[in-house]
Design a binder for this molecule. Structure first.
Ligand SMILES: [Zn+2]
Length: 337
């Protein structure tokens, strides 16, 4: 039996999740789509203890938490709040800032909204995702550095833009799936590693004439068909854009970072790139991401607050990361309320 359906709109949501107990039942149904099965002894009957979010095996007494392995594990926040957050994160196409979520759900603390959103974002990376294939355009771009939100010349020191590599499948005139990662430089070894991580061997890779795609460490050496397009060849052909799909993705990425999040700190940029990729790749069926965001049906280790903020290693807040220059610092967990 497949997992239960996801809510497609607000009416669905209200019908499916009237209260906390409905959320617990939904988690159990996602965990055991074929009915309860004790992980300890294999027995198929249990007592439900919804208030404690537990199911207890009738045979051996083993207790299984319905939130184990989900982003909600050990949370004191009501499950219904998490469900609403996942719903709005998927239903609202560009996504939400923590401030928006806090207002929408009437949360007392900004920090709660921030933590929920970041846990949902961590669930956006699918470790088993399929590599891009077919014909794939690749390009790299600096994100940030436009000095927006900077408070003066002195703060420019150390605030360099981050380099991001983007790969997009070409599907006729349209675009297929996308990948984006922060990369340390645009050398051939770095770009080749990005390509190998994200694009299936044997695919055709389109790039501009940048040296990092050429040579003995370049694209062709990694088992791809490299189709370099140079400005010159396009000038001759009468068009200007060398990798139009990649450029479109990059400009949408920049607009999204500024529009939805009003900028992002450099240390958080990789997480936001994952969100961008997640949304882009599901843009035709966004609500299908509802269960993925909550971590249902995965066995991912839950992310702790310390891992997200960097407090875990040292036991105290990490120094504020370097900014991309896109930052207006609206999405800061230490903003308080
Ligand atoms: Zn048992």
């Amino acid at each position: 039996m497949p997992r239960p359906p996801y809510p497609r709109n607000v009416a669905d949501f209200n019908r499916m999740f009237p209260d906390e107990e409905a959320c617990v039942a939904y988690l159990a149904a996602c965990r055991w789509p074929d009915g309860f099965r004790c992980p300890e002894c294999g027995h198929d009957a249990a007592f439900e203890l919804p208030r404690r979010r537990l199911w207890q095996c009738k045979s051996c007494g083993h207790q299984t938490s319905v939130t184990a392995g989900t982003v909600m594990h050990r949370t004191r926040t009501p499950l219904l709040t998490w469900f609403w957050a996942a719903f709005w994160m998927t239903a609202h196409k560009p996504g939400l800032s923590a401030l928006q979520l806090r207002h929408m759900l009437g949360l007392a603390r900004y920090e709660t909204a921030w933590l929920i959103l970041h846990k949902l974002r961590r669930a956006m990376v699918d470790a088993n995702r399929e590599p891009l294939k077919g014909t794939v355009e690749i390009d790299e771009a600096f994100i940030g550095g436009e000095q927006l939100g900077l408070r003066g010349g002195r703060q420019l020191a150390g605030r360099k833009a981050l380099l991001v590599a983007v790969a997009v499948e070409v599907r006729g005139k349209g675009s297929g799936r996308v990948r984006a990662e922060v990369i340390p430089d645009a050398t051939a070894p770095t770009l080749s590693r990005f390509i190998v991580r994200n694009i299936e061997q044997g695919s055709s890779v389109l790039s501009d004439g940048h040296r990092g795609y050429q040579g003995r460490d370049g694209v062709a050496a990694q088992g791809y068909t490299h189709l370099p397009r140079t400005q010159e060849s396009f000038r001759l052909a009468g068009t200007e854009d060398v990798v139009p799909h990649a450029h479109r993705a990059i400009s949408q990425l920049k607009a999204w970072l500024l529009g939805t999040h009003r900028g992002v700190g450099a240390d958080q940029l990789p997480v936001y790139l994952d969100e961008f990729v997640f949304r882009w790749n599901r843009r035709h069926a966004p609500m299908a991401g509802f269960q993925t965001l909550l971590g249902l049906g995965t066995h991912r280790e839950p992310t702790t607050y310390g891992q997200i903020t960097g407090r875990e290693a040292t036991g105290r807040p990490r120094r504020r990361g370097r900014k991309t220059g896109l930052t207006l610092a609206t999405d800061d967990p230490r903003r308080g309320d």
